[in-house]
Design a protein around this ligand. Structure first.
Ligand SMILES: CC(=O)N[C@H]1[C@@H](O[C@@H]2[C@H](O)[C@H](O)[C@@H](O)[C@H](O)[C@H]2O)O[C@H](CO)[C@@H](O)[C@@H]1O
Ligand SMILES: [Zn+2]
Length: 289
């Protein structure tokens, strides 16, 4: 197990550049601002992504295939906005290629992350675990939150690395989550809006990525870091256009949406909770660091 030290260390494992912000940006900014060691490992460069900046359309995978390199810069700007200084690519920049959405031909590319050897990929992450010795590890649930192959593989690699790390394993492992109650509030809030990301959906249970409130264990509230999260989202301009529902969510909901991020505890002992659900408010709760 990672030693109990005075320095808090937390490791985030994400699939593509931009995932770090969408699911965990406020949490990362909060712990970085509080002086914890925050390490981000991103598993691919996002080479197969869309491009919402017309002037950059020629970088697409089917064109010059330069989007991955460009997204390295977007990710650096995002980490700067969040105050995250320690960012790595799994196995080094370019080691694992973006696999595309489930069923895409890119799933069959020889270097794609979806086809990676699990223990080889996990071995790269074990080296990071042994170096930064996080008490807390954050990644996705077994469905990769929404079923993207790289997200599913990031989950598998992170969980395998924790197994292989032995005494250097994190003491708590969390999976990102969005409570069904928060999704239902979003559905109600956007009902009738022209930019409704929930158009056609009446029940949160019908979405492929909600978590029953009873299966959520932590809510990290960092509304004071919503502006940093918005700046980090803007850094990912090829993926997150100015018209994105994420920005309208921030406008409609205020910091109560983007500034609060939820997690399921997949391993370790829950610490003290608070509020109506008894959710932890600190991912280090219960760790005598
Ligand atoms: C948030 C996330 O994981 N983004 C991935 C995802 O992007 C989606 C993809 O481009 C899809 O074709 C779009 O319809 C959808 O709106 C996007 O969110 O998959 C990309 C390809 O693997 C990946 O690069 C991107 O980071
Ligand atoms: Zn992703």
């Amino acid at each position: 197990m990672a030693p109990v030290t005075s320095e808090r260390s937390i490791l985030f494992v994400h699939a593509h550049p931009d995932d770090e912000v969408i699911g965990t940006g406020a949490t990362m900014a909060r712990y970085a601002a509080a002086g914890a060691r925050v390490t981000l490992v991103t598993c691919t460069l996002g080479e197969e992504g869309e491009i919402h900046v017309p002037a950059l359309a020629g970088l697409a995978a089917a064109e010059a295939d330069q989007l991955g390199g460009y997204r390295i810069g977007e990710l650096a700007a995002s980490c700067a906005a969040l105050g995250v200084a320690d960012h790595r690519f799994l196995g080094g920049a370019g080691r694992y290629r973006d696999s595309g959405m489930m069923g895409d031909p890119a799933n069959d590319a020889p270097r794609c992350f979806w086809r990676a050897d699990l223990d080889e990929a996990a071995g790269h992450l074990v080296a990071v675990l042994r170096e930064v010795r996080p008490q807390v590890l954050v990644t996705y649930d077994p469905n990769g939150f929404y079923g993207h192959p790289d997200h599913i593989q990031a989950h598998r690699v992170a969980m395998r690395a924790a197994e292989l790390a032995g005494p250097d394993a994190p003491r708590k492992i969390y999976w990102t989550a969005v409570p069904l109650s928060a999704l239902q509030a979003g559905i109600e809030n956007f009902r009738g809006a022209s930019d409704n990301p929930f158009a056609g959906v009446e029940r949160a249970e019908d979405l492929p990525f909600g978590t029953p409130d009873a299966e959520v264990h932590a809510a990290v509230a960092a509304p004071e870091h919503q502006e940093a999260k918005l700046a980090a989202l803007r850094a990912h301009a090829t993926q997150v256009p100015a018209s994105s529902w994420l920005f309208s969510m921030a406008t409609n909901f205020g910091a109560g949406f983007l500034g609060v991020e939820h997690y399921r505890l997949a391993a370790g002992t829950p610490g003290a909770g608070a509020g109506p659900h008894g959710w932890e408010t600190d991912l280090f709760a219960g760790l005598d660091t």
